[in-house]
Design a protein around this ligand. Structure first.
Ligand SMILES: *Cc1c(COP(=O)(O)O)cnc(C)c1O
Length: 412
């Protein structure tokens, strides 16, 4: 596969060797360390090709058939393909593929349904809510009145009784269901019932599991939510970006909330790459991939638990694992640094208890590389040895190099 020209073009290397060297370094880093971030993946050469294509030059403000700029016939065709493929993939009446990111998609959902000052019920940030679910440092926390529900300190599962009680007490205008660190399936039917009881909209922020939904490995929020927001670059394996799905009643409000309310020009090269990714995600190969992502995560979680880490909710239904390394004698932040030095790249996350930081891992990227259950077991052993301080990071780094060498993300 001639992928190198896509990843680092000859023109770039000739004209700007300094920057080309940086990109080469990043490719080498991605290829020789373990990408265990729950939010990352390796896009295909076809997706990268669309990103580096003619549409990177095109301005296309508005929607297909109704643009501010001229010469949009191919931009329109790319966006129509992306929209049609997203609608078919997720069984949604309407799809808006223009949001620049997952956060932009959430902003558009709020803009479509809410007014500043409205009350919103969402998973609290210390329990795994996203920045856009009411952080005081984010537009969401400044413009809306967020009330946070939580997870049970013992089980790590969303406390449904608390969700219902808070909804009754605060009568929110919208209920948000979604998390950055929850390893289980959220009960969309339950959230729909609570939202209906208090006359609220239900927004599902499916940024993480949407790729599993595409592959049939997680339940779809589409039949339950008024609006589904998502990213396209996590398990879904597309370009960095966002999208919004909804029914036909809200289609016009959602479209106006994206453009002209929160964005102007659409990023047409990214939209073209989203179309490619949706096309890939509709294949049986992607469904098989999504199943392997979950199977790998289950195995990895079980081995981490066997090594002594405290795995939140006792395991996972998804690509995501949240684990507290404290039983091995290290807090999450220190563990993350030590693991990075050993070539195991992952991030911290809040702990279900709501204090301190745990480790968040995901299996989307390593599964794209072709790793399976044997490699998950090996990764758990290496991770635990590094956290316990039994193995020096440089020695483990060499083993990681050997492992990733057998599973190159971009062969050739
Ligand atoms: C990743 C994520 C987002 C934001 O995506 P960006 O593209 O980084 O803006 C929003 N909500 C949730 C739940 C996420 O996990």
């Amino acid at each position: 596969m001639p992928v190198t020209p896509v990843l680092e073009t000859d023109a770039l290397r000739r004209q700007d060797p300094e920057l080309a060297e940086v990109l080469h370094g990043e490719l080498a880093r991605q290829s020789t360390t373990l990408q265990l971030s729950a939010a990352e993946n390796f896009t295909s050469p076809a997706v990268l090709g669309a990103l580096g294509s003619s549409l990177a030059n095109k301005y296309a403000e508005g929607y297909p058939g109704a643009r501010h700029h001229g010469g949009c016939e191919f931009a329109d065709a790319a966006e129509r393909l992306a929209v049609e493929r997203a609608r078919a993939l997720f069984g949604a009446a309407h799809a808006n593929v223009q949001p620049h990111s997952g956060s932009s998609a959430v902003l558009a959902a709020y803009a479509a349904l809410l007014r500043p000052g409205d009350t919103v019920l969402a998973l609290g940030l210390p329990h795994g809510g996203h920045l856009t679910h009411g952080s005081p440092a984010n537009f969401s926390g400044r413009w809306f009145d967020f009330v946070g529900y939580g997870v049970d300190a013992g089980t790590g599962l969303v406390d449904h009784d608390q969700v219902r009680a808070l909804a009754r007490a605060h009568r929110p205008k919208a209920v948000v269901c979604g998390s950055i660190a929850y390893p289980r399936h959220l009960d969309h039917a339950f959230f729909r019932e609570v939202a209906d009881e208090v006359g609220a909209y239900l927004i599902v922020d499916a940024a993480h599991p949407i790729g599993l939904v595409a592959g049939g490995a997680a339940p779809s929020p589409v039949p339950y939510a008024d609006i589904v927001c998502a990213t396209t670059h996590k398990v879904l394996r597309g370009p960095r970006g966002g999208m919004v799905l909804c029914g036909s009643e809200l289609a016009e409000r959602v479209d106006r909330a994206v453009f002209p309310f929160t964005q102007s020009g659409a990023q047409m090269h990214t939209i073209a790459a989203k179309a490619v990714a949706f096309g890939e995600a509709a294949t049986p190969a992607f469904a098989a991939y999504a199943g392997r992502v979950v199977a790998n995560a289950r195995v990895l979680a079980a081995h981490l638990a066997a090594e002594g880490l405290a795995v939140a909710t006792g395991g996972t239904d998804t690509h995501l694992i949240a684990a507290d390394p404290a039983p091995l004698g290290l807090d999450g932040r220190t563990a993350r640094g030590r693991l990075a030095a050993a070539g195991l790249v992952l991030e911290c996350c809040p702990l279900p208890r709501g204090d301190g930081r745990g480790l968040r891992l995901g299996t989307a990227a390593v599964t794209t590389q072709g790793m399976g259950e044997a490699e998950m077991a090996r990764i758990a052993v290496l991770l635990a040895a590094v956290v316990r301080g039994e193995r020096d990071p440089a020695g483990v780094r060499a083993q990681v190099r050997e492992l990733t060498g057998r599973f190159p993300p971009y062969p050739g």
